[in-house]
Design a protein around this ligand. Structure first.
Ligand code: BES
Ligand code: ZN
Ligand code: ZN
Length: 478
């Protein structure tokens, strides 16, 4: 979808269709009140009514609606508009800050993934034109709106890039293919790219990650992308769980739980999308994105419950469940990342636990770490960006649940509650002392993927983590 902003009143813009947001109060004084009411339109939130003879699509919105409601309503409107035969659509400005939300609604809401359809059905709608005029007739400076459009488009496209990676099937997006994708991204966006294959991982003594991948026909890869501007204000390390498929391994998942596990690479995809956007926005921050790309499968050579693994930082791990594999991969990738990059902050993104969904619901990312004010910063960044985050608190009693009688730490908890937190406390074993206060873990198990549409998301990957991280990073540049 092409989005532009023009310095012209709405009435002078040529387009096939107008989209208008109408509150219940505005409905009473609308030029088409009778017609709309006759059609059953009450201006309920996201309720849509097309008056084709007037080339108008009205969408209900609350009085004093937040950005979030505009974003979601815009997504509903664009999806509906894409079903007609129109080619172009126009809109005015609404609240002061709604422009960003509306662009996101358009670009994220119009996303479709049809790579596996033999007959994809592209929409005839290809362009959305915004006027700098407000809905009430007052005007806005065009320069500021142009800057918002440029920035928001980069971030929304990076989000869609992540969605498309996540949506690829496990046979198409293998660890090798993820590495190839990273390499292409690096060439296009002028990033440094280092890939470690099995030999490289062995040289680095990354035996936790190697063990997880051992049962698979698709060998693991470690991906390191770096964006290095001159004189950066900060150095940030991002680490992503890139399980291209999680069958559970020998602790095999149940048939229904295994479906959707191609999304277990969403953390790795997210960090690739984030560094893509950072480089396109030319942010004054050095960013390193590390992905542990691995497939968790069964075979005669697969790792087993009862194995003891030695991670890169020397700690030993008792494996009691091969389905708690993400934390094993992250243990080594976190170790590698901290050895090779001295960063001001370390953030990891992982579809780590079903327990996170139980705790927070399927839309919210779990935020965990030792630094209270840093976690609060992330809640604000998420809120401002349109993502949902919730803090899951550590305590010293939960830490005891992953003690092992055999090794230094166990990969699963001895109690069935608080699984998102005990997983994060496992990762804590692989965070160096000097990084403890600089680390935040994001559990995106629920937020990264959806099988039913919500907000700006359709079926598939959501791109969780991208918008909130760009928001946080841009705050650092202020
Ligand atoms: N990838 C899963 C977590 C997950 C579950 C993500 C559902 C998205 C949706 C992870 O590797 C896993 O299997 N975790 C186990 C941990 C358990 C064995 C301690 C889980 O959540 O059941
Ligand atoms: Zn698993
Ligand atoms: Zn997993």
């Amino acid at each position: 979808m092409n989005v532009k902003i023009v310095n012209q009143p709405l009435g002078q813009i040529n387009a096939d269709l107008s989209v208008e947001f109408v509150t219940p109060a505005q409905l009473e004084t609308h030029p088409h009140t009778a017609l709309l009411k006759q059609a059953g339109f009450k201006a309920d939130l996201e309720q849509l009514c097309a008056l084709h003879e007037h080339r108008l699509l009205v969408c209900g919105i609350d009085n004093n609606a937040s950005d979030e409601l505009y974003r979601s309503a815009m997504a509903a409107a664009i999806r509906s508009a894409m079903n007609y035969g129109y080619g172009t659509l126009k809109l005015a400005q609404y609240t002061q800050k709604s422009f960003k939300a509306l662009i996101e609604g358009v670009l994220l809401g119009s996303y479709r993934f049809e790579a596996y359809k033999s007959e994809p059905k592209p929409s005839s709608l290809t362009e959305v034109i915004f006027s700098n005029e407000n809905h009430d007739g007052s005007g806005n400076a065009i320069d500021e709106l142009e800057a918002i459009l440029k920035q928001t488009t980069i971030i929304a496209k990076a989000t869609n890039f992540v969605r498309t990676l996540v949506n690829q099937t496990p046979d198409d997006m293998t660890p090798q293919q993820m590495a190839i994708t990273a390499d292409i991204l690096a060439k296009n966006n002028n990033l440094e790219c280092t890939i470690l294959d099995v030999n490289g991982l062995e040289d680095e003594k990354m035996f936790a990650m190697l063990s997880v991948g051992r049962g698979s026909a698709h060998p693991p890869r470690l991906i390191h992308l770096a964006y290095k501007p001159e004189n950066p204000k900060r150095v940030i390390t991002l680490v992503g769980k890139g399980l291209t498929y999680d069958s559970g391994g020998l602790s095999l998942k149940a048939a229904t739980s295994m479906v959707t596990m191609k999304m277990d690479k969403a953390g790795g995809c997210a960090v690739m999308g984030i560094i893509k956007a950072v480089s396109e926005l030319n942010l004054d921050i050095e960013v390193h994105a590390f992905v542990g790309a691995v497939e968790n499968m069964i075979s005669g050579n697969a790792y087993k419950p009862d194995d003891v693994l030695r991670a890169k930082n020397g700690k030993t791990i008792e494996v009691r469940n091969t389905d708690a594999e993400g934390r094993l991969v992250l243990a080594d990738v976190l170790g590698y990342a901290q050895e090779y990059v001295k960063a001001d902050y370390l953030f990891d993104y992982a579809t780590l636990t079903g327990a996170c969904m139980v705790a927070l619901g399927p839309y919210t990312t779990g935020v965990m770490g030792h630094n209270e004010s840093l976690k609060q910063e992330w809640l604000s960044a998420a809120d401002a960006s349109g993502e949902y985050c919730g803090i899951l608190p550590f305590n010293r009693h939960l830490k005891k649940l992953i003690k092992s009688d055999l090794a230094d730490v166990c990969n699963v908890s001895s109690k069935p509650y608080g699984g998102a937190i005990t997983a994060a406390l496992f990762l804590d074993n692989f965070i160096n002392e000097d990084m403890k206060e600089k680390w935040v873990h994001f559990d995106i198990a629920g937020s990264a993927y959806t099988e039913s549409a919500w907000d700006v998301h359709t079926y598939g990957g959501t791109g969780a983590g991208v918008r909130m991280t760009l928001n946080w990073l841009m705050e650092q540049c202020k």
